[in-house]
Design a protein around this ligand. Structure first.
Ligand SMILES: NC(=O)c1ccc[n+]([C@@H]2O[C@H](COP(=O)([O-])OP(=O)(O)OC[C@H]3O[C@@H](n4cnc5c(N)ncnc54)[C@H](OP(=O)(O)O)[C@@H]3O)[C@@H](O)[C@H]2O)c1
Length: 436
C-alpha cells in the first residue's frame, strides 16, 4: 500500500494540530481511506524554529513553495491564513492538479470563484469545511445532505469571540470593555479584535455559507455588517427584561422580489433573540447554524467554532474525502445561479430601540409622534428610567421601546428627528414556529 504524501502550508495553531491528529489517528485515516498518510513537507516562515512533533531530518521544512512542489505532494492542507501569498500558492498547486483542503475563510470568501475555476480546469479538488465553524460539518451538510432541498433561511452564530463576550455580559452584567478584556486574557480575542467585534469574520463565513445554501455568488461586501461594539450592558439587561438574549446573528434569507422572482437578504448584526429560539441557548465560544427550508423543516448544528484540534478535525475530514473521491459536483464551484441582493428595506421586522433623552414631560409623546410620522408604530415601552444629571444640570432618562415590524430605513429616518444623547437600535428575531 503506497503512502499518501501530504504537505502542510502552515504549522501554527491549526497546522501543528492537524499534523498531530494525522499521526495519532493514523489507524482511523487508514480505515477510512485504505491508505497510509504521511506528512512529508511543511511550509512555514521561520524554518529554524524548533517545532514539537516536527522532525526536519525526516520531513522537509521549507519556506519555499518551489521546494515544497519538488517534494511531490499528493494533497496539500492549507493552514497558513492570509490572502497573499496564500492565494498565489493555492493557484499554483491547483494548476498542477494537486488537491487542496483549506481552513482559510477570508480566501474562500474573497477568491473562491477564481480558486474553484482553476480547480475545475485542472480536474482537481478544493475543499473548505474547516473555513467555517471549526469542527461543525456545516459545509458538508449544505452541499451534500441538503443538496436536493430548497433553503429559505440560514441563521448563524458564526463568531465564537463575540458570542463569548455577549454571553459574559448577559451572565455577569459586565461592560463591553470588561468582556473584551477577559476574552483577550483567555485567548478568545486577538490583541486587535476588530475582525471579530466588528462582524468582519462572521460576514466572511456568512458569504461562504450563503453562497452554498442559495447556490449564488455572494460578495462579502454585500453583507450588511454591524459589530457588537455599540452594545452596552444596559442593552443586554433590557433584552433580558424583554425575554431575549442579544446575539451577533449572521443571516441569509430568500425574499420575494416585488417584480417576481427572489432576492437574497444578507446581514450580520446584533439582534434580540427570544429565549425560546434555538440560537438563544448557544453560549460561550460555541458556533451554531440553523437552516430552514423545504421539505426538511429546521435543522440546527452546533459545536466548537475554533481551536487548533477542532479545526484540524475538519481539515482531516476533508483530507479523507479527497482521498476517497474523484472531482465531482461536490467539489466544483457551488455558485450556479445568481440571486440579486435585496435592498435594506426589503424586509420589515420588529426593532428594539434604547435612547437617552431629556427627562421632561412630553418626551415620550414626541418620540411616538416622530415614529408615527414615518409609519413606525410602537409595540411596547419597556421603561423610562431617570439616570441623573448629564453634567449640564439637565436630567436624562433611558427610554426603551420595541416597534411593530417596520423597514429599518423608516425607523432610522424617524429617529434622526429625535434628539438623543446616544442610542442602540437592534432588529428582533422572531422565534421559529417549531420552537414556539
Ligand atoms: N486558530 C483557529 O482556531 C482557527 C479556526 C478556524 C480557522 N482558522 C484558520 O486557519 C488558518 C491558520 O490559523 P492559525 O491560527 O493556525 O495561524 P497561526 O498559528 O498564525 O499559523 C500560521 C502558520 O502559517 C505560517 N505562515 C504564515 N504566513 C506564511 C508565509 N507567508 N509563508 C510561509 N508560512 C507562513 C506560519 O509560519 P511560522 O510558524 O514560521 O510563523 C505558521 O506556521 C487561518 O486561515 C485561520 O483563519 C484558524
Amino acid at each position: 500500500m503506497d503512502s499518501i504524501r501530504v504537505a502542510l502550508l502552515g504549522h501554527g495553531t491549526v497546522g501543528s494540530s492537524l499534523h498531530q491528529l494525522l499521526v495519532e489517528h493514523r489507524e482511523h485515516v487508514r480505515a477510512a481511506t485504505q491508505r497510509d498518510v504521511e506528512v512529508t513537507a511543511v511550509l512555514v516562515r521561520d524554518v529554524d524554529r524548533a517545532r514539537p512533533g516536527l522532525d526536519p531530518t525526516t520531513t522537509l521544512v521549507t519556506d519555499s513553495l518551489e521546494e515544497l512542489l519538488a517534494s511531490k505532494p499528493d494533497v496539500v492542507c492549507e493552514a497558513m491564513g492570509g490572502i497573499e501569498p496564500t492565494r498565489e500558492y493555492l493557484l499554483a498547486l491547483l494548476d498542477r492538479g494537486i488537491p487542496v483542503v483549506t481552513a482559510n475563510k477570508q480566501l474562500v470568501a474573497r477568491h473562491g470563484t477564481e480558486l474553484f475555476a482553476r480547480a475545475a480546469a485542472a480536474r482537481t479538488q478544493l475543499r473548505f469545511e474547516a473555513s467555517v465553524c471549526g469542527a461543525v460539518p456545516i459545509v458538508r451538510m449544505l452541499r451534500e445532505s441538503l443538496a436536493a432541498t430548497r433553503i429559505e433561511c440560514l441563521l448563524g452564530i458564526l463568531n465564537g469571540t463575540t458570542n463569548y463576550m455577549l454571553s459574559a455580559m448577559a451572565a455577569n452584567g459586565t461592560s463591553y470593555a470588561d468582556a473584551l478584556a477577559t476574552a483577550q486574557d483567555l485567548g478568545y480575542a486577538e490583541p486587535d479584535p476588530t475582525e471579530d467585534v466588528e462582524g468582519i469574520d462572521a460576514a466572511a463565513k456568512l458569504s461562504i455559507l450563503a453562497g452554498i445554501a442559495f447556490g449564488t455568488t455572494v460578495d462579502v461586501d454585500d453583507v450588511r455588517t454591524t459589530g457588537i461594539s455599540g452594545v452596552t450592558a444596559d442593552d443586554v439587561a433590557h433584552a433580558h427584561v424583554l425575554g431575549a438574549r442579544i446575539k451577533l446573528v449572521a443571516r441569509a434569507e430568500r425574499l420575494l422580489a416585488p417584480g417576481g422572482g427572489h432576492t437574497i437578504a444578507l446581514d450580520v448584526t446584533p439582534m434580540l433573540v427570544p429565549e425560546r429560539h434555538p440560537l438563544a441557548a448557544i453560549s460561550g465560544a460555541t458556533n451554531a447554524v440553523l437552516v430552514d427550508g423545504a421539505p426538511f423543516g429546521q435543522l440546527v448544528v452546533q459545536g466548537a467554532g475554533a481551536g487548533g484540534p477542532e479545526t484540524a478535525s475538519a481539515l482531516a475530514g476533508d483530507l479523507v474525502s479527497v482521498l476517497g473521491s474523484e472531482p465531482s459536483f461536490l467539489t466544483s464551484d457551488p455558485h450556479v445561479a445568481h440571486l440579486a441582493v435585496a435592498p435594506r428595506d426589503a424586509r420589515s421586522e420588529r426593532h428594539y430601540v434604547r435612547m437617552r433623552v431629556a427627562d421632561r414631560p412630553g418626551v415620550l409623546a414626541a418620540v411616538a409622534g416622530a415614529l408615527a410620522a414615518h409609519g413606525v408604530s410602537i409595540e411596547r415601552v419597556i421603561q423610562q428610567r431617570a439616570e441623573g444629571a448629564d453634567g449640564t444640570g439637565a436630567s436624562e432618562a433611558s427610554l426603551v421601546l420595541t416597534t411593530h415590524p417596520c423597514a429599518p430605513g423608516d425607523l432610522e429616518t424617524a429617529l434622526a428627528t429625535v434628539e438623543s444623547a446616544d442610542r442602540t437600535v437592534l432588529p428582533m428575531l422572531d422565534a421559529p414556529e417549531a420552537a414556539s
